[in-house]
Design a protein around this ligand. Structure first.
Ligand code: BG6
Length: 464
């Protein structure tokens, strides 16, 4: 592996910072939603706000060369008028300074789902003004931190927070409305392009991309019906983000299909031009699993996520489009996530063929319950998971795909949205019940050896 390849971990502001109301931070939509519904929340999370120095030092000691994290919009901007919170700015300066002190390359996400509640209360992503408010946020970030950051991404996973928030209803704002899903999706992709434009026009150092929750699509067979179902699934899962960000166009067949049943008047020609003219420099792909589909048979649209960690509850049926199925030969986590490293290899090759842009694998990991009261968590399942996925990346690189970094999800244990903190992903264990004590897991030391060997330690194999 090239010596410049980035090896690191990733986190997100809401999931790790805690300090939800400290130093003039405004309320986020997640603060509001979880407090209102009396649910487990990220009020304290991993207390990264106060422990970032220790966390970044551990990254360095673990041989890591880069850290992917996000900035909290409600920590940086106080209100709809766009007033800057200097204490929030100072916090991120301290965090970035710690990265540089330990020679860790910061890889910064501008938005990882924690919309300020003052915007959510005014329509959230359904409100066109929010796209322009994001542009203001992005400009503030570039101005304030541009000297310290060379790798930016506009959004983390538009598919995930839009589908979950507006279509499935399991994330805030908890809606199940196709028309609103389309509007929210459109505004987010517009906002991303506005962020890219501000970055390029500002002449800042470095590059800007977008991060996508990538689920490459496979079909159960080679029939024409299955191929059609695969195209629907790919448009639903991947293409409206990647085509739009990388090629500057929404998939035309998706728009045409939706226009048959829904109002697409919210799409404006001048904004399509902004999207067309402001494409990303690279793409970040988060990979957990693929999507295996068969043609739609019958029944109403039904999308159910497993947030309980009790196997066998998830389901995806999109009426008239496709049905997701489970490969009986695959292994699944307690949260119904398929473990399928080959999907990463195939997906990387597909994304390279389609977009020809540099790729960073910006998240990859496995969420499990773990007892962190022991001296060291022996997470051999995580080591094997990471080995197989890094192997998939190396296989894709052998076939000419330009991949420039790998980020484990997550750098350390953190709050896992609707799954609370019991679903652990970290390379470092955080004992939330014992003063946030940090202890590296076996995977942390294994990852260090992988990094120091420039990937030579990975056990290689070809997939069939
Ligand atoms: C990605 C997100 O979707 O997957 C992370 O970028 C998230 O924020 C991760 O935590 C794992 O998902 P979950 O729901 O198991 O925490």
């Amino acid at each position: 592996m090239d010596k410049n390849f980035f090896w690191g971990g990733a986190t997100a502001s809401y999931q790790c910072e805690g300090a939800w109301d400290v130093d003039d931070k405004a309320e986020s939509m997640w603060d509001h939603y979880l407090h209102e519904n009396d649910m487990e929340n990220g009020d304290i999370a991993s207390d990264h706000y106060h422990r970032f120095e220790e966390d970044i030092r551990m990254m360095k000691e673990g041989g890591q060369t880069s850290y992917r994290f996000s900035l909290s919009w409600p920590r940086i901007i106080k209100n709809q008028a766009g007033e800057i919170n200097s204490k929030g700015i100072e916090f991120y300066h301290r965090l970035l300074d710690a990265c540089h002190k330990f020679d860790i390359e910061p890889f910064v996400t501008i938005y990882h789902w924690d919309l300020p509640q003052y915007w959510e209360a005014d329509g959230g992503w359904l409100n066109r003004d929010v796209a322009y408010a994001f542009e203001h946020l992005a400009k503030v970030c570039f101005e304030q931190f541009g000297d310290k950051v060379r790798y930016w991404t506009t959004f983390n996973e538009p598919k995930w927070f839009i589908a979950n928030g507006y279509f499935i209803g399991n994330y805030p704002p908890g809606l199940q409305d196709v028309q609103k899903t389309m509007i929210g999706a459109y505004h987010v992709m517009l906002a991303s392009a506005l962020g890219v434009r501000a970055f390029h026009e500002g002449g800042y150092q470095g590059q800007i991309g977008i991060v996508h929750s990538y689920t490459p699509v496979n079909g159960v067979d080679d029939t024409i019906e299955t191929k059609i179902a695969m195209r629907y699934a790919d448009n639903y899962c991947n293409n409206w983000i990647l085509d739009t960000a990388a090629l500057g166009e929404f998939p035309i067949d998706l728009v045409a299909k939706l226009a048959l049943d829904y109002d697409v008047d919210f799409i404006k020609a001048d904004e399509l031009r902004i999207i067309k003219e402001n494409t990303v420099d690279f793409i970040g792909l988060n990979y957990y699993a693929r999507t295996l589909v068969k043609p739609y048979t019958d029944g109403e649209t039904q999308v159910v996520f497993n947030h309980s960690g009790k196997k066998g509850q998830s389901k995806v049926v999109i009426k008239g489009w496709f049905e997701q199925v489970k490969d009986p030969n695959s292994e699944f986590t307690a949260w119904d996530t398929e473990i399928y490293p080959k999907g990463l290899q195939d997906g990387l090759i597909e994304a390279w063929d389609r977009y020809h842009l540099p790729i960073y694998v910006t998240e990859n990991g496995v969420g499990v319950r773990e007892d962190v009261t022991v001296d060291q968590v022996n997470d051999d399942y995580r080591i094997s998971f990471m080995n197989d996925h890094i192997n998939a990346i190396m296989n894709a690189m052998d076939q000419g795909v330009d991949i420039r970094g790998y980020y484990a999800w997550a750098s350390f244990d953190l709050y896992s949205w609707k799954n609370g903190v019991e679903k652990r992903y970290g390379l470092v264990a955080v004992d939330f019940k014992n003063e946030q004590e940090r202890k590296p897991k076996a995977s942390y030391y294994w990852f260090k050896e992988v990094i120091e060997s420039h990937g030579e330690k990975i056990q290689r194999r070809a997939f069939e």
